[in-house]
Ligand binder design. Sequence first.
Ligand SMILES: [Zn+2]
Ligand SMILES: [Zn+2]
Length: 595
Amino acid sequence: MKIVTYNVNGLRPRIQQYGSLKKLLDSLDADIICFQETKLSKHDLRADLVRAEGYESFFSCTRTNDRGRSGGYSGVATFCRVKSAFLSNEVALPIYAEEGFTGLLATSKGYEPRKEESPSIAEGLECFSRDELLKIDSEGRCLITDHGHFVLFNLYGPRAVQDDSERIQFKLTFYKLLERRWECLLLQGRRIIIVGDLNIAPAAIDRCDAEPDFEKNGFRRWFRSLLVQNGGRLLDVFRAKHPDRNGAYTCWSQSTGAEEFNFGSRIDHILSAGSCLHDEENQEGHDFVTCHVAECDILMQFQRWKPGNTPRGCVNHKISTSTFHRWKGGRSIKLEGSDHVPVYTSLVEIPEVMQHSTPSLSTRYHPQVCGSQQTLVSMFTRRQTTEQVISEESESPQIPSHEEFISTPEKYDSRASHSMMIGSQRNTNILPGIEAKKKARHSQGSQLTLNSFFQKRTHRSETCSSRFTGSKLCQTDISYSQIEPNGVPSADDESGASIENTQKECQLDACDTDKEKRKVALQEWQRIHQLMQNSVPLCKGHQEPCVPRVVKKAGPNLGRRFYVCARAEGPSSNPEANCGYFKWAAVLKSKGKGK
Ligand SMILES: [Zn+2]
Ligand SMILES: [Zn+2]
């Protein structure tokens, strides 16, 4: 049995890259695939993005717009490769699935509705307020699936930069609560496997440029304190298998071209806790990893940068897009793929589990997915699925109760849970008549609703105007080399819209009256571009043209331009890597024009 974790940096672009969701999933060749940063919002969940033949899938999307994000950001998805979603003994098919980890997200229960009206707080978290818990669980950062022999956490840990105290607090609370949740499961004797992008490189060996006090950071200390060798209960499965491997990174900053010199960090993890499945009286020398983990490694073949991407001998060449193919401080050479690579583990001697059916959280039962008529293919798939559901349901599966359930349900009835799932969302019947038409119209992904169209437009014009007035330029970290002729801005690591998304929005906009305005703005931009290109300095280390950047950090220099060495970031010992050259740009006369 193989489990893969992969921060896809946008599920939509990855699907485009592979041609279809099924091809993407098949390329990972795993029984359980955990994606992070799907960047899909709830209304994005269409059949072609969430359903693939041979897989059951579970999604958690962000539910908050607190942080000025447009549409989806963050988000996790778990795909389970199964032969049957009904009356199956397969370990990959979850017995239970839960969105979030606080127990409060209503759609998470795969069983009959409980007697209480509202969902109840997960064990171990009762001392926290509902508001606090909901806030922590509202960003689509966790899916829990119970596979009988183990409970699997698919996590996307919050990212917090050093001086963002609010996000640091959020990250602290997130992990504090999460730890309580899995502690509770361990106390119940459950085995747990935690996978995902935790946004924490635990030790100096896991980071390219680790400074002497790297390991003193609170999150890193906390991470290491969880590990068995430090008195905790978790095993870092990758490190258990490769204790001394250096340069084993899973993520590279995409704004510095760091992949070229493997200047990265290991923040995507597979952790496990609990005993092995052997029935030995003496458990000495037995643990889950020793007895069941055959291998754990990083799938480097998914890395975007390949040696051919950066031909040498370009030194002293003038910047010209046709001949200069090196990564050049921008994203003008778009490397296809995620800035992360997948990590996998293969498990052995995991016996089948008792017969069960897929939990109602499966996208199979998602009304929007069932109701969407996106493509002819998905329409037929849907019909097939529906027929299957009906025929399977008529057999009325009898699921025996299981002592290892996270919260022991009395009886599982797929129809009951289905209706519960539906009941938990407004405007979701089984979609007859007018309701169905309404729903279909609403959920057609390619045809935006009027409402969302206007929302997107508003957001779009904001971005565009701010970019061209120059005053808010910093927000999107745009330097001129990152602007493509059609005005596509670059997207930051955690920013809401992917480049692809933005492109789509731009195309949308192209057909309205803003077009002319934008054309004028673009011309103005190109004029500034030209002005700047004439004054691009050469870097000290390589005597090559620099790239311009803009200060995006709040402070006295906000919005100010500067130049840096165009080469990719790498170890300072490597003369081929970025030489660290920096120079402020002269203030442009045209600054402020067009405001
Ligand atoms: Zn054993
Ligand atoms: Zn240089």
